[in-house]
Design a protein around this ligand. Structure first.
Ligand code: NAG
Ligand code: NAG
Ligand code: NAG
Ligand code: NAG
Ligand code: NAG
Ligand code: NAG
Length: 140
């Protein structure tokens, strides 16, 4: 059977619709409050923007589930954060918005230098099952 040329022209947009929907479902669309907690975190952390490769590129005009170092669930909840070797020098205390990211399961802060005691507010992250603080200059 010969398919007329013009019908292919209609199928292309339909196919791309399915493809983009597939990508949307797999990566999850960042929930609004999750994105603002992350941006607040970026603004309160003191880091060297020349050496940072992930944090420095977090940008509010892009869905936060697509940011480097951020992992989301299908519902758009931030469940993983990898800030390994981001030259963070300060800015993590009890009031940090990091501790509002209640869905976090994996958190890697290794190879930074926070120069502060370990905040007790880590206890708010009830679902945290992996926490890496190696070579992160926490005192106490
Ligand atoms: C950031 O790192 C660069 C490259 O190592 C260095 O030249 C610069 O002084 C650092 N900036 C700060 C604020 O530490
Ligand atoms: C950390 O990043 C710097 C560049 O910013 C790189 O030179 C260094 O090897 C990295 N360290 C580790 C442990 O990956
Ligand atoms: C975010 O990305 C937009 C568009 O690429 C750019 O204009 C803006 O300056 C970026 N903002 C930051 C904070 O990097
Ligand atoms: C965090 O709060 C606890 C009490 O809830 C306090 O003992 C601790 O010193 C605080 N840590 C920082 C870094 O402020
Ligand atoms: C923690 O994990 C459990 C089991 O996966 C889930 O039912 C619950 O909603 C999670 N809570 C938060 C705050 O993410
Ligand atoms: C902590 O993170 C660093 C950098 O990603 C990695 O090399 C190291 O193996 C991790 N440690 C553990 C116990 O997972």
């Amino acid at each position: 059977m010969k398919i007329p040329y013009f019908s292919w022209l209609f199928m292309i947009p339909i196919c791309s619709l399915f493809v983009s929907f597939g990508i949307f479902v797999v990566s999850g669309q960042c929930l609004g409050h999750q994105q603002s907690y992350l941006l607040e975190l970026k603004n309160t952390l003191k880091f060297n923007s020349t050496l940072s490769t992930k944090l420095v590129r977090w940008n509010g005009s892009v869905d936060c589930c697509l940011w480097e170092g951020v992992t989301c669930s299908e519902e758009g909840r931030v469940i993983g954060l990898n800030m390994f070797n981001e030259s963070i020098m300060a800015g993590l205390d009890n009031s940090s918005s990091l501790f509002s990211l209640q869905y976090l399961e994996n958190l890697n802060l290794a190879y930074n230098c926070f120069n502060s005691p370990i905040p007790t507010e880590f206890r708010r992250l009830k679902n945290l099952s992996y926490l890496n603080l190696s070579n992160a200059c926490f005192a106490g």
